[in-house]
Design a protein around this ligand. Structure first.
Ligand code: ASP
Ligand code: MG
Length: 465
């Protein structure tokens, strides 16, 4: 059994859904459970419709719903030729839109939008897309069974971010999903949605479909989990800077986590924790480029001896521009305790995440990328320190498990960019990443040189394309 999850852009129009169907067709022998997201943009539109309803803009709200109905109908009409099937889809879409229209009435009448009602809206996107895709698969000669994920994904009642009951999920998958394969080749279900034990619809939080896929995979002891999205998995660096950047075929979960801050576009590692805990390999593929091969993210990698002894220690070079550095100095810091606490308390108070930190005995440097509360932060810090703020900086990060066992990485890194001014350096005790801060204008030079330094020799073929 495998899980194949398709994100919103993978099912955004007729041609994307055709690609999806072709991809699924090649995997039927593996007993796939297919998890789909809403069509791209639809979840946002559903939420917008709910917001209009509570603001008393009923017409606008219904207008959004009608657009959604038309968009799904148009896709269905292109994909499904059998008139009986098309009638069924029409009816399913109509039922959903009618139910939403009633909700709009209710919400605008009461003038209140709870997370519980909001989930009722948001959850319909996955139901709509799956109602269109299942018959389209049938039309492509697949024996498919549509399945309502809410039957197995039982959650608590923290609406808009509900927590699934994992043991119950495993039980229900065994009794409700497994037996379906006696009659069909593939099961199609929805990501993102669940239901409380009393049957009220919930969602796992925005972007929750990857999490659904990982949960289902773990619950069913899947052999593999495939996440199909719109990027080529992980590359050695950004191909806009290094055109010959290579594909990283395998990456450990820890490496992927280190890159999360830079490449959340690929996949947020936190969402696949259920799979990692069970040691289930997670593959990231591009629906628009299905032959590219993607990246495997796994708890432990099975590397050839060539790869293990290779001098190639870095997996990927990531960077992020538009970073602001704080240099915070105070003579009071010397031998004092609680100083770092008082600094971080201010960032917490202003809800600003701190990313890279480095400290000496008299100063603390740190970076942020959210400038919303910059002035208040500076004001509060200035009460007990001298603060200097530098903008237009960039974070560069080198990641690789092998770094841990290898001496001389820092020398090679900084040797390759010896003429570049380095602002801050940080290497955690995990030793699988080296992070430093430079001037934004130096990013291209630095990334190119480091890519040459670490990736120009022969690379182990089981790790790099
Ligand atoms: N459709 C949901 C969202 O847009 C879940 C997902 O796509 O992962 O948040
Ligand atoms: Mg989405």
């Amino acid at each position: 059994m495998i899980i194949i999850k398709f994100g919103g852009t993978s099912v955004q129009d007729v041609s994307s859904i055709r690609s999806v169907i072709n991809i699924i067709k090649t995997k039927l022998h593996k007993q796939p459970v297919v998890v789909v997201s809403a069509v791209a943009g639809v979840t946002n539109q559903l939420i917008e419709s709910a917001r209009c309803a509570v603001a008393g803009k009923k017409e606008e709200s219904i207008g959004i719903l009608n657009n959604l109905r038309n968009r799904h109908l148009e896709i269905a009409e292109d994909l499904i030729k059998d008139s009986g099937e098309l009638d069924n889809v029409n009816k399913a879409i109509d039922d959903i839109v009618t139910k939403l229209a009633n909700l709009v009435e209710g919400v605008s009448l009461i003038g209140e939008l709870t997370n519980r009602s909001l989930d009722m809206f948001a959850a319909q996107g996955e139901l709509l897309s799956s109602h269109v895709i299942a018959p389209a698969m049938k039309e492509a000669d697949m024996a498919v069974q549509w399945f309502d994920a809410r039957q197995v994904m039982v959650t608590d009642d923290q609406f808009a971010g509900a927590v699934p009951n994992i043991p119950l999920l495993a039980d229900k998958c065994r009794t409700l999903i497994r037996p379906l394969f006696n009659e069909c080749q593939v099961v199609l279900t929805q990501g993102f949605i669940g239901s409380t034990s009393s049957g009220v619809t919930t969602t796992l939080g925005r972007g929750g479909s990857d999490y659904s896929a990982a949960l289902l995979g773990a619950a069913m002891d899947a052999e593999d989990i495939e996440i199909w999205t719109d990027v080529d998995g992980v590359l050695t660096t950004d191909p806009r800077i290094v055109t010959h950047a290579r594909r990283v075929k395998q990456m450990s979960f820890r490496e992927a986590s280190e890159l999360a801050y830079f490449g959340a576009k690929v996949l947020h590692p936190a969402t696949i924790i259920p799979a990692v805990e069970k040691n289930i390999p997670v593959h990231v593929y591009n629906t628009k480029n299905p032959d590219f091969g993607g990246t495997l993210i796994a708890a432990t990698l099975h590397l050839s001896t060539e790869a293990q002894s290779s001098s190639c220690v870095i997996k990927s070079i990531a960077f992020k521009k538009d970073i602001t550095v704080f240099n915070i100095t105070s003579s009071r810091m010397l031998l004092a305790h609680g100083y770092l606490y008082s600094i971080f308390e201010i960032f917490k108070k202003h809800k600003t995440a701190v990313d890279v930190v480095s400290t000496t005995e008299v100063s603390v440097s740190l970076t942020i990328d959210n400038l919303e509360n910059l002035d208040s932060i500076v004001r509060d810090l200035s009460v007990f320190s001298q603060v200097q703020v530098e903008s237009r900086r960039a974070i560069v990060c080198l990641v690789g498990e092998q770094m841990r066992k290898t001496a001389g990485i820092a020398a090679r890194t900084f040797g390759a960019i010896r003429d570049i001014n380095i602002n801050m350096v940080s290497q955690g005790a995990s030793e699988i990443n080296l992070t430093f801060v430079i001037d934004e204008k130096d990013v291209d030079t630095v990334v190119k040189r480091l890519h040459d330094e670490f990736f120009s020799g022969p690379l182990p073929v089981d790790i790099f394309e």
